[in-house]
Structures are given as structure tokens and as C-alpha cells.
Design a protein around this ligand. Sequence first.
Ligand code: FAD
Length: 381
Amino acid sequence: MEFGWTKEQQDLRKGAISFAKRENPENIEELDRESRFLAERWHAYAEFGAQGITAPESLGGQELDFLSCVAVMEGLGYGAKDSGLLFSINAHIWSFVEPLIIFGSEDQKAKYFPGACDGSIIGVHAMTEPDSGSDAFNLSTTADLVGDYYVINGSKTFITNGEIADVVLVFVKTKNSDSENDKISAILVEQGTPGFTVSKNITKMGLRTSPFNELFFEQCQVSRDNLIGEEGMGELIFNHAMDGERAFILAAQIGLMEKQLEDCTDYARKRKQFGKAIAEFQSVSNMLAEMKVNLEAARMLVYKVGWLKSKGRNAYQDSSIAKLFVSECSVKNSMFAMKIHGGYGYTCDYKYERQLRDSMGGLFYSGTSEIMKNIIADLLE
Ligand SMILES: Cc1cc2nc3c(=O)[nH]c(=O)nc-3n(C[C@H](O)[C@H](O)[C@H](O)COP(=O)(O)OP(=O)(O)OC[C@H]3O[C@@H](n4cnc5c(N)ncnc54)[C@H](O)[C@@H]3O)c2cc1C
């Protein structure tokens, strides 16, 4: 078993840290307060290669193996202040670019790549509906085949990138002509298609610079060529996307946890109370120790998924373990960071309350902690 990064992966990580620091907005507090997405930063990250990190070079991507992707994402998370932007980019990669690479037709790839890599096309997937969240496949949105067109009716909610997406991979129920049973299928719907509308941004607790919307489909007609794969392949496409997304969407969070720990250690060694540095109080040093253990264990779980997927192996249970552990530890470490900074940590002048709010999103997106536990338990041997 090899635990070290290659020289190339170390360089990728360092490059990602420098890039993210250079691109940091001056006014992240204001952007967060106003729930503002920065389109120009999206383009800068695309130029750096983030959006096409997994895509084949022939489609305009970087074609990095999964472990190298983790190294880059960790570096970006370490250097970046705007976790919402990183979250939006990750949603684009894991829920749109990846399924399109694996299941898209040559025509679909030609249409949406290299735009999906160079930043000119933003994508995401839409599964969640007002009445089906954790029970995702119990969805109600339908797509009826009429001649050469699907007619889509229904609505989706909590959709990352909704208002900025040029194209959405929408999960629907299609009725197979050979059977009476509805099947889950995945269909591409472009912004501007008649019958497709998007709500205004839904204000949320954290990750506020990442747009969050409802999508509505009313007699929305798209060509049958927009179907990804075949009718009935929706569950397979969704599960494949989740297999990677659950672990890798949180790789950036690991970088953030590392930076957070460095900052807290530094602060605890400088801040004096009762005549000595607060790091000398065991209750404080215990918090730092727990942060370190959480960070290192979280790392190993994500790296394992990177390794499994680089070998082409199934990672469904491992990615759920990683998702559960990293998201929960990220919240715990943000709480520790606030406590170590005392009253300052609670103020909006410091970044820790924002980091706590941002990290809380991880308990819900890509499946809640409770659903991760169900998956892990169901797959026990
Ligand atoms: C920041 C963010 C971004 C998101 N982005 C997207 C996106 O881009 N696309 C998309 O399709 N969706 C997205 N979602 C939606 C997300 O996938 C859902 O919120 C999530 O799956 C939970 O569904 P729900 O909110 O309807 O909660 P519910 O399913 O109603 O769950 C409510 C509570 O019941 C618990 N629960 C439900 N069923 C069980 C069970 N069987 N066992 C134990 N506990 C259970 C849950 O864990 C939770 O605590 C996003 C959500 C967030 C917060």
C-alpha cells in the first residue's frame, strides 16, 4: 500500500493552492451576505482546468485520474475562500460532466464539450422534487414520448446552479411502450426551451454564492435525441454519478479543514489568557488534536475512493462512508474553530461562522447522513 503523493500530484496540489489564493474575491463576506455568484470566477477556474478535470483531453478536459483530481480539489479547498463557488463547480463536474462522459452519445458529447470544460457551458443534474428527496426514485416528473419529442411535466427543487445552468440533466419517469411500468430516465434540457422556467434563488443557510433554484416543466418539449443512454437507465446514471460525487465533492472540504486547523493552531499559540497561550490549556489542545484526527481520517476515506475508482472498482459503500464521515467532521471542526476563537469566532468579521454554515450543507446534499448510514448498512457483508 502506497500512501505518498507522486511529485506530479504534489505539484498539482501546490498549483491549485496558488491559483485559488490568487483568485480569491476581496469581498467574500459581501458576496455571502448577498448570495452572489461570480461568473468571472467561474471562467477563471475553467481556464485553470477545474471544470474539465476528469474529462478526456479529446473533449477539452484535463483527463486526470481520480486521485490526482482529489489532490487538485484539496488544493483549491485549501486556498479558496469562496466555498460556494467550489461547490457549484463540483456539482457541474460530478453530476453533469461525469455522466455525460460515461453515458452520453457522441453527438451529445460533441455538443456540450468542450464548452463544459472551457467554462462556456454550465450544467447540473436535477433529481430532487418537492415530494421526493431521500426517496429520490419515487419522483413524479414525467416525460411522454410524442412522435420524436419528449413532453416533460413536473418540477424539481433544491437544484444547484439552476439559474446559471445552460443545460440540466433532468431525471424523469418515462413510460416504456412495451410495458405498463414507468421507468426512470435522464434527459438533457437546455435553458430557454419553451415550457422550462427557473425560480429566483432560494436563500439558504450556507454555500450562498452557489445558486439554488426550483425548476418547472410545463409541456416542455425536447427532442428524443436529448435522452441520455436508453429509457430506463436513469437509476444507473444517477447511482454512477453519486458514486463519485459523494466522495469527491467533499475533497475541497478536506483542504479547507487543513487550512482551518493551521489557522486555529496559530491563533491558539498566540492568544493569551490567564498569562499563557490558550493552546497550553488541555481543553483547547484537545480540540486541536480532535481536529487533526478528523482531518487525517477524512483524508484516508476520500483517498481510498480515489484509489478504488482509479482501479475501475466499485466504490458505492466506500463513497457513502467517506461522504458521511467527511461531512460530519467538517461540521465538528468548524464548531471547534469557532470555539477556539471565542467571541471573535462567532462574529461575521471572522470566517468561522461562514465555514460552519457552509459545512452544514454537506449533511444534506448528495444524500443525507441518515441515507448514507442506510446505504452502508445495506451493503454490509
Ligand atoms: C446545498 C444543497 C444542494 C443540493 N443540490 C442538489 C442538486 O443539484 N440536485 C438535486 O437533485 N438535489 C439537490 N439537493 C437536494 C438534496 O439531494 C436533498 O435535500 C436530500 O436528498 C434530502 O432530501 P429532502 O431535502 O427532501 O429531505 P427528506 O428526504 O424529506 O428527509 C428529511 C429527513 O428525514 C430523513 N430520512 C428520510 N428518509 C429516511 C430513511 N429512509 N431513513 C432514515 N432517515 C430518513 C432525512 O435524513 C432527513 O433527516 C441539494 C440539497 C442541498 C442542501
